[in-house]
Design a protein around this ligand. Structure first.
Ligand SMILES: [Zn+2]
Length: 189
């Protein structure tokens, strides 16, 4: 599954929109990405998980670890593709942690899976959860890398799509300057 077919799946699902958007951060952008809208279709989630799993198979992972909530569905599908467990870490009092009886052993080789990597911050945090549990982190993967390739994770990383979605302060936004109406993503036109 190449970059173009992944992007087509996103656009067809409304998970990637082109326009002029006011993001929840207050910044403006010409593109809007919401992975949940493509992953809500189990067949798409399975295809994306299989494609991402193939890129990571050589790492020899024995378990997939994802940060909740964004990484859950794709992590589970990558786990299915690789034939290994898929577990998740979630926040408790602000700290990402393993709950629900999930455990990692020193013999576990962990691959961290997310839907989107933006700064790499949550990927690094999830890698640290695995390391703190005594396991070995063998790599990380995401459906979409929008970090601009700048997130150095210190481990092999693979993404299905590399995407650049620049954001602007409203007073420096070229679409505002062009008089294009701005919309809040998710609101009806
Ligand atoms: Zn604008």
């Amino acid at each position: 599954m190449g970059q173009n077919s992944v992007l087509k799946l996103f656009r067809d699902s409304g998970a990637l929109l082109d326009g002029h958007f006011r993001l929840s951060s207050g910044l403006h952008s010409g593109g809007y990405l919401q992975c949940a809208l493509v992953l809500q279709h189990p067949a798409h989630a399975e295809s994306l998980g299989r494609a991402l799993g193939e890129k990571l198979r050589s790492l020899g992972a024995t378990v997939v670890l994802s940060p909740a909530l964004g990484g859950l569905i794709i992590g589970h599908e990558v786990g299915r593709a690789l034939g290994v467990r898929a577990i998740f870490a979630e926040r408790q009092d602000g700290t990402l942690t393993l709950r629900r009886g999930f455990s990692l052993a020193p013999t576990d080789r962990v691959v961290v899976i997310e839907d989107v990597v933006t700064t790499g911050g949550s990927t690094r945090e999830t890698m640290a959860v695995a390391q703190a549990a005594g396991a070995t982190v063998v790599g990380a993967g995401a459906v979409i890398d929008r970090s601009g390739g700048s997130s150095n994770l210190g481990a092999p990383f693979a993404a299905l799509v590399t995407l650049s979605l620049p954001t602007y302060q409203p007073d420096a936004c070229p679409m505002c300057a062009a008089g294009q109406p701005v919309v809040k993503p998710g609101s009806r036109a």
